[in-house]
Design a protein around this ligand. Sequence first.
Ligand code: SIN
Ligand code: CO
Length: 378
Amino acid sequence: MNTEQPLALLGGLTPSQFMQRHWQKKPLLVRQAIPGFTPCVGRSELVALAGQEGVESRLIVDSPKGWKMKHGPFAKRSLPPFAQKKWTFLVQGVDLHHDGVHALMQQFRFVPDARLDDVMISYATDGGGVGPHFDSYDVFLLQAHGQRRWRIGRNRDLTLQSGVPLKILQNFEAEEEFVLNPGDMLYLPPKYAHDGVAEGECMTWSIGFRAPQEGELARELLLGLADEAFDGVGEAIYRDPRQPAVMSSAAIPPSLALFAHQVVDKALKNPDLLDSLLGEYLTEPKAHVWFEGSENAPDLSKGVHLDRRSKMMYDERHVFINGESFRVGGRDARFLRQLADNRSLSASSCAKLSESAQEALRDWMSADWLKPAQDLPQ
Ligand code: SIN
Ligand code: CO
């Protein structure tokens, strides 16, 4: 992606300028980020998605008795009437289900794929919203249909109301206020308080991010290390030919403690293992994503493109796809990185891959991770 080209999407900033000035730092309001934006998902399509098993959705009603929240799937008849005010439903991961939404998300790939999460779409009737809150991750809020009034503020006090089924700030103080029209977009860094209220019927697309949390990442990597450590560490048994006779029989010998430290250090010092576990973790398919596999004979002759649900990344020594790692170098690495960056690879590049890399591509195609180029979404 060209990081030095000014983009309407970022209000005329280049991706580099945006990342330096705003990312994780301060909000940015962009009028007509996508001029003439006409969303490819309408109300009825969103309702249909929210009714599907395996699609994460929530219904939030701001009722006279307070906030109410339910998790989907929702049959259409279980939603409140569209004429009723102050309710909203939100569907997570729409990019996994819709090529047009997936295509829009690609415009945000000036942020690494490892940080990009999903597109959530909300529908709200007049006055609907999720209340004043903050999110832990960055977000771009793109107005897709109708109008929404956003009030935002830095709120030092992030105390949440107790006894409500959602995260609502107890003392929200707005510093700025804007009404967004279709095509307008608001970027907010993590923890920036915001409250978006629909003015009439409204749909908002949230391009959301993820960031590994220390404890979760440590757990994932250490579990992976525990599974794989035998290969890297070996089978040596602790020996103590210099162990003196002891009076304090219950005391653990310091040399045994040292052996334990050395064993763990040895496992952790295998850089290849940690790197491959990280890539496998970052490319793990989302919950509820399962690939059925393809019946067709794999065909690389027209080139290939990644299925929209596939996650592919790389580091210096590996490529990763959907939770699996492959050690690659040389020309294969160059082309497979191209596939990961562009999400497609031409027929002539496929033909230049080694036989074993072509075999891997055929396996990925049989698993439905990869599609033949003629099936490219329009
Ligand atoms: C919404 O679309 O209603 C909620 C988005 C957000 O505030 O993060
Ligand atoms: Co939010």
